[in-house]
Design a protein around this ligand. Sequence first.
Ligand SMILES: Nc1ncnc2c1ncn2[C@@H]1O[C@H](COP(=O)(O)OP(=O)(O)OP(=O)(O)O)[C@@H](O)[C@H]1O
Length: 382
Amino acid sequence: MTPHHPLPDRQSVQRALEKVIDPELRRPITELGMLKGFSIDDGGAVTVEVLLTIAGCPLRDTITGDVEKSLAALPGISAVSVVLDVMTQEQRTALKERLKGPGAERGIPFNDPSSLTRVYAVASGKGGVGKSSVTVNLACAMAAQGLRVGIIDADVYGFSIPGLMGITGAPTRVDEMILPPVAYGVKTISIGMFVSGNQPVAWRGPMLHRALEQFLTDVYFGDLDALFLDLPPGTGDIAISVSQLLPESRILVVTTPQSAAADVAERAGSIAVQTGQQIAGVIENMSWLELEDGSRVEVFGAGGGQVVAERLSSTLDKDIKLLGSVPLDPRLREGGDRGEPIVLAGGPAGSSPAAKALRSIAAELATRPRGLAGRPLGVSPA
Ligand SMILES: Nc1ncnc2c1ncn2[C@@H]1O[C@H](COP(=O)(O)OP(=O)(O)OP(=O)(O)O)[C@@H](O)[C@H]1O
């Protein structure tokens, strides 16, 4: 600092701190009651006191760094020190009320009649068709378009979402409220985050139902434009649970072009007949492999996605679209293995036909009318 520089005024420090966003709650720390106070001494050194939601908050370093960064740009500041403290129980209760509304019922916020969140349950007839990869890429593509997006990984048998999203951190708990880790702007929660190591989860229907219910009630997602649920493959109990817990959710069916895969995918989609859910559409994955000379090899045959869309259209007597076909691309798998979704990649991977297909499906889903639109309002003329 030059000796002539005037001291920073409180107002500009306050304004800079209003730009610090809590990494989990995604709101300014000033709105969350996390800024306890700050002082500026005669030499221009600023001390900021921040209240963490819980002791040992895994993101304490991130918050400290963000506070320092936000003030670094202000002229006249010679030093910044951040003092961390922890909220009292009253402060935590106040925070929860601010987030959920005072005395909010513990219900599923996505079922609130005023909710504008589109909920997509991603289903497949069998495992390994790329359901989780499709889920992650659609969610990240939507977030990159500026939408607020969440993922619930309910695939207990193969919870792969954290790996695909590059998430290693655990959710933070504020009493009974669970704050999901955020990656690429997507709030993500997985059953895998609640079991140790790589253990398989040997849960049966009722436990799965309870786990899903807890995710839907206790995880703080805030206002979302879209929520994706990665379901276990098949037509099991969880599909029924989803329809009971989230009757407004729409099913996205993922299949490969193979006729056997199409048959089971159709079965997964037909569940909608029993549950009364709507089907958002069909996505065909691993549609073909493009060789260097530009020719295509149809590794898993052809036409499965279209067949599923047509059969579901006739079973449900609705127009169910094939939303897109995603080719096989080793870079999609490599990105997944690294936790870097291909739709966010730069260079040739990012402009590959697979990335483009996924981005265009995401764009199509993003423009669908959501929430109240098209829903009966339950009013009748007097
Ligand atoms: N279009 C694609 N091109 C290349 N590899 C792909 C493609 N789609 C998925 N994969 C790869 O196939 C494997 C299975 O994909 P993924 O885990 O997404 O499937 P899944 O249907 O969710 O499986 P499960 O339900 O058994 O967990 C992964 O290694 C993934 O990287």
